[in-house]
Ligand binder design. Structure first.
Ligand code: F6R
Length: 252
């Protein structure tokens, strides 16, 4: 990917809710202008407010979402298909269900196949994104360790979709929802940094004080594979970052 010198647009909102609404309004504008838009989606606490606001906005505008196609960033390996911790379940709950987005339009990397055929599962996900015409707008959260999707420390900027061992900090952050570390998945399948950087627009959201150090590194630090979010800033021509005051606390 060509390096781009266009700086990110950083907005510091008065609250996380305001940041979530800003991202949701942009999504709604995109779908209104392009009803068959291809959306790159993320899971996690940061996204709950974004999807709630998007559902409200889509209903208020009577948006037709029947032709939208979605590609989620990642999925854990080793969870049963009906496990409520699956990212597909999260998306059904917060977005696909409320807006009746057809399940055949909602794509996830194939975590079952990835257990025995990681290369095939990864290749087919990349091909599906390409066949859809690429991602118009990709939503991204950031891990406290600087991960983007599950591109953990050590990931390269040109990495592609693959199976990855989850970092200790990522598993520790997820452990409470899995009833402790022992029950927390050890692996996931994730879009790569290179895959993500090919999306036509990137929207990063980070809220809360715990994200402040990594936000500071993303926006002011040198590129560093130990903090993969540092690869976003200088490598994309359409990057916007939505923060609340707490997440922006260390910016100068
Ligand atoms: C989720 C994902 C992760 C999260 C990140 C932040 O699909 O890819 O990179 O975006 O871990 O998670 P929250 O929002 O829970 O702080």
């Amino acid at each position: 990917m060509e390096k781009s010198s266009r700086p990110p647009i950083v907005t510091i909102h008065g609250s996380a809710d305001e940041g979530a609404v800003a991202a949701a309004l942009e999504l709604a504008d995109l779908v209104e202008a392009k009803p068959d838009a291809v959306l790159g989606l993320a899971t996690g606490g940061t996204m709950v407010g974004v999807y709630a606001a998007f559902v409200r906005e889509a209903r208020a505008r009577s948006l037709d979402v029947s032709r939208v196609r979605t590609f989620n960033l990642d999925e854990y390996l080793g969870l049963a298909v009906d496990d409520a911790k699956r990212f597909r379940h999260f998306m059904e709950l917060h977005l696909f269900g409320p807006l009746s987005i057809p399940s055949e339009h909602a794509h996830f990397p194939d975590a079952e196949r990835a257990q025995t055929d990681a290369v095939g599962a990864a290749r087919d996900y990349e091909s599906a994104i390409e066949a859809a015409g690429g991602i118009d707008l990709q939503l991204l959260g950031i891990g406290r360790n600087g991960h983007i999707a599950f591109n953990e420390p050590g990931s390269s900027p040109d990495s592609r979709t693959r199976v990855i061992e989850l970092h200790g900090a990522t598993r520790a952050d997820a452990a409470p929802s899995f009833g402790g570390l022992a029950g927390t998945p050890e692996r996931a399948i994730t879009m790569g940094m290179g895959t993500i950087l090919e999306a036509r627009a990137l929207r990063v959201l980070a809220f809360g004080e715990a994200k402040a150090p990594v936000v500071e590194r993303m926006l002011h630090g040198e590129e560093d594979p130990e903090t993969p979010c540092t690869f976003l800033r200088g490598r994309h021509g359409d990057l916007a970052v939505h923060l609340d005051r707490d997440a922006a606390r260390l910016l100068h």
